[in-house]
Design a protein. Structure first.
Length: 147
């Protein structure tokens, strides 16, 4: 029974990753590697998931629940199941651009830079796919802000 539950959880996590621009070009096998090297975390409502200005080494995929996104203490959005937050830190280890607070209890998939590097070492083609996914995300943001 536990094995079936873990397999269902892994499939769900892979499905969430597949719907995120950064990972959209990756195969099921590649996404499975990322999930295998990641962990799940459950946080209570009100918990700060990440803080603006702090250096981050991981990204979070929201599997269940919602979170408030604030920049300079002003609410700029909401993230819900299927959203990824903090993904830039996976690539550049730079400071967080926003603070994210769990609005409800949340279940997160924590993808560390180490997990991502491990997947890339096993399947180097993932890096090209991640770059393509990142380029797609940058273009979407550009269109949203500049038309």
């Amino acid at each position: 029974m536990i094995t079936l539950a873990l397999m269902a959880s892994k499939k769900s996590s892979v499905d969430h990753l597949r719907n995120i621009a950064l990972f959209s070009e990756c195969s099921t096998k590649e996404l499975g590697l990322v999930v295998d090297n990641s962990t799940e975390r459950v946080l209570k409502a009100g918990t700060v998931i990440m803080e603006q200005g702090r250096v981050g080494l991981e990204a979070y995929v929201i599997l269940e629940g919602t979170a408030t996104i604030k920049r300079n203490s002003k609410k700029i959005g909401t993230a819900s199941a299927g959203s990824v937050i903090g993904e830039l830190s996976l690539l550049d280890k730079g400071p967080r651009t926003a603070t994210v607070i769990a609005e409800t209890d949340v279940r997160l998939l924590v993808v560390t830079d180490r997990a991502l590097k491990g997947a890339i070492q096993n399947i180097p083609a993932i890096s090209t796919k991640l770059l393509k996914g990142l380029a797609t995300r940058v273009r979407e943001l550009d269109r949203a802000h500049y038309g």
